[in-house]
Ligand binder design. Structure first.
Ligand code: MRU
Length: 341
């Protein structure tokens, strides 16, 4: 396989490595990954995270194992096991489906390698196209609110929603970002803040529960978020807390955009309520952990509800920014998404 380098995932000289997103920003630790068990752990623990990146990490590992001589049967099992690591982000299923097709070919090793390379390179291009389209919606001077991390760390390219912000800053300048810290795992506070600093884009970090008062004060011009799965009717799943923002945006009349590649569209899922939502370990809500150590602040066995994602109904979305174009409510109601794949 050729060398493939992204911000948090690289295949270089026959070695697959990932940047540990759980330890960022204070520790920048790369892990080598040679086995299915390791990749499963990396994905489940969110060291490898973000809808596109999960699919690409799993794909590069399958290609590496194919090149190492893993049998067809073992590769099929590995694909199934990796696909089961996280249930909500459909990009993983999209990638694993493409690899299953490749596995059927006579020269399956070459076919798997070519597929993995293509998925990686395609993601870079998809990010670029979304960013270009999305940047046209942003004006110089805008204060943009975003949730979770949707940047270069989460993709092979410049990101989805954060890629739009990055491009808008390049094209128009004078953009300021309100960064939701994104409880419970702090992808905003840890990762989006890290990326914006690296890109020198002005930002201000807020706790998730501060967004309402900011909007009421007229300090948010636009909201851009990513997606883990978009259903055929335009409802979409994204990091828990996204739905809150959509309701608030509707109340305050603030444009609310979702940014995602066509690989995040799941036309087999009719509506958002059909999307499986990943439930995670209660410990994540009982405290925090990361490069700064661990803290538990609740009673030891406090009862916890911890869905990783929530579903935003299409009726709250101003625009769907895909690599193929920006679509509005009436286009989506008339089934435009159904024609995209
Ligand atoms: O649990 P995570 O950190 O993998 O969740 C990530 C998100 O919800 C992102 O918003 C989504 O994957 C889009 S990333 C380009």
């Amino acid at each position: 396989m050729q060398n493939l380098i992204a911000s948090s995932l690289k295949y270089e000289n026959s070695t697959l490595s990932v940047l540990d997103q759980y330890l960022l920003p204070h520790q920048q630790v790369w892990h080598e990954c040679h086995t299915v068990e390791t990749m499963k752990e990396l994905i489940i623990s969110l060291k490898v995270r973000g809808a596109p990146l999960i699919g690409l990490g799993a794909s590069l590992l399958i290609a590496y194992l194919a090149e190492q001589g893993m049998t067809r049967d073992a590769l099929a099992t590995a694909i199934n096991e990796l696909e089961a690591t996280r249930p909500t982000a459909v990009n993983l299923m999209h990638c694993m489906a493409a690899l299953r097709q490749a596995l059927k070919q006579t020269d399956y090793v070459a076919s798997i390698v070519a597929t993995a390379e293509q998925l990686f390179i395609e993601d870079i291009e998809l990010c670029e196209r979304m960013a270009t389209r999305g940047a046209e919606l942003i004006n110089s001077g805008d204060n943009i609110l975003t949730h979770c991390n949707t940047g270069a760390l989460a993709t092979a390219g410049i990101g989805t929603a954060l890629g739009v912000i990055y491009k808008a800053q390049q094209v128009h300048g004078n953009v300021h970002v309100w960064v939701d810290e994104t409880r419970p795992l702090l992808q905003g506070g840890r990762l989006t803040a890290f990326e914006l600093e690296r890109w020198q884009i002005p930002y201000t970090l807020i706790c998730d529960n501060m967004a309402a008062s900011l909007m009421a004060a007229g300090k948010v011009d636009k909201i851009v978020v990513g997606a883990d799965r978009i259903a055929a009717n335009g409802d979409f799943a994204n990091k828990v807390g996204t739905y809150n923002l959509a309701v608030l945006a509707h109340f305050h009349n603030i444009p609310f955009y979702v940014v995602a590649p066509v690989t995040t569209l799941d036309l087999k899922t009719a509506q958002g309520s059909d999307i499986e939502i990943e439930q995670r370990n209660p410990q994540e809500v009982r405290g925090v952990s990361g490069s700064f150590g661990e803290a538990l602040w609740t009673p030891t066995n406090a009862n916890v509800y911890n869905p990783a994602f929530d579903v935003t109904p299409a009726k709250l979305v101003t625009g769907w920014v895909l690599d193929t174009g920006v679509y509005n409510q009436s286009q989506v109601e008339n089934g435009v998404l159904l024609k995209l794949k």
